[in-house]
Design a protein around this ligand. Structure first.
Ligand SMILES: Nc1ncnc2c1ncn2[C@@H]1O[C@H](COP(=O)(O)OP(=O)(O)OP(=O)(O)O)[C@@H](O)[C@H]1O
Ligand SMILES: O=P(O)(O)O[C@@H]1[C@H](O)[C@H](O)[C@@H](OP(=O)(O)O)[C@H](OP(=O)(O)O)[C@H]1O
Length: 282
């Protein structure tokens, strides 16, 4: 069993042959005494996601399995935005068998990746969720979720002076207000000395976002609650991917996922504003 040390000094055992995914920006982390676990990486560079939570783990696994075997042309369009799925694995942790999803590493080919997790939706609990879950979700990230239909659980950038990685976590995201979001996006894409990198990055984000948008404008298969868009880039490449499908449920009454579309449309508007400003040199 290998050992890991968290930033606060907590030590814990992780399965042999794995390491922490250092670039994880959102999501669950290991918490002593709680059944939560950080994202891991295996020897082949795959990302391992802990799926021991009942219902949620099974739901996310099922989502990947359906996507892997589908011949539905509508669903097939989604594949390029979602991590590749390589099945599940059971590993020993503190003598317990623990199940993980094996996924492609979405940022594996980026150098010092800048990464932002944006969780989509005015509502982040699925219909029928327990009352405590509804209250917990509604009370969090209200400054951005209510006006914009998304929130920012985490991101990482590199300090322009020291070159050191800087992580902004959930507490930062929870205190954000409506009017600060544009500046956070600007800071995120302003990481290299040449403005042309920012311009190309934002153009690439917008290109992918509009493809995802056009999928959501017609698909009536699923509703995606609490799912994230993962933005990543370096000097040469920029990506937008969809992750976290633990709260994806069949679409009710054949409706569009307006909860997701609303947030996505606002992200597109904000990045378009940034692109316009960058191109005008303001
Ligand atoms: N396939 C992947 N490749 C690279 N990084 C990933 C991948 N999947 C997840 N991550 C990283 O791990 C983080 C957490 O992922 P994810 O949202 O799936 O976890 P979670 O614990 O279900 O989150 P939540 O707490 O929102 O339910 C993401 O913010 C991202 O930084
Ligand atoms: O952003 P935060 O404040 O960390 O909020 C967490 C976030 O809503 C997760 O999606 C949720 O996990 P699930 O997707 O598994 O419901 C988790 O529930 P949890 O505390 O019960 O793990 C919340 O705490």
């Amino acid at each position: 069993m290998a050992e890991c040390v968290m930033e606060d000094g907590t030590r814990f055992a992780i399965p042999q042959g794995t390491e922490l995914l250092a670039e994880q920006v959102g999501g669950h982390e290991f918490i002593a005494g709680k059944q939560t676990m950080s994202m891991l990486k295996d020897k082949d560079g795959h990302v391992l996601k802990y799926i021991n939570k009942p219902i949620l783990g099974e739901r996310e696994t099922k989502f990947y399995e359906v996507l892997q075997s589908t011949e539905d042309p509508e669903l097939l369009k989604l594949k390029k935005f979602v991590p590749q799925y390589f099945g599940t694995t059971t590993l020993k942790m503190s003598n317990q068998d623990v199940k993980f999803l094996i996924l492609s590493n979405l940022i594996g080919d980026l150098h010092e990746p800048r990464v932002m997790d944006i969780k989509i939706g005015y509502q982040t609990h699925e219909p029928g969720a327990p009352k405590e879950k509804v209250l917990a979700e509604e009370s969090k990230y209200a400054g951005t979720k209510k006006p914009w239909g998304f929130c920012i659980p985490g991101f990482q950038i590199y300090n322009k002076d020291t070159g050191k990685r800087e992580k902004y976590g959930k507490e930062f995201g929870k205190h954000l207000k409506k009017d600060s979001v544009l500046n956070v996006f600007k800071m995120f894409v302003d990481q290299y000395s040449s403005p042309s990198v920012s311009i190309e990055t934002v153009k690439s984000f917008l290109y992918s976002l509009k493809q995802i948008q056009s999928w959501f404008e017609t698909q009536r298969i699923y509703h995606f609650y609490s799912s994230s868009l993962l933005f990543s880039y370096d000097e040469h490449k920029a990506y937008v991917h969809m992750i976290d499908f633990a709260h994806v449920v069949p679409a009710t009454d054949n409706n569009l996922d307006s909860n997701y579309l609303g947030g996505l449309n606002n992200i597109i508007k904000l990045f378009q504003t940034i692109l316009d400003d960058l191109e005008q040199g303001t």
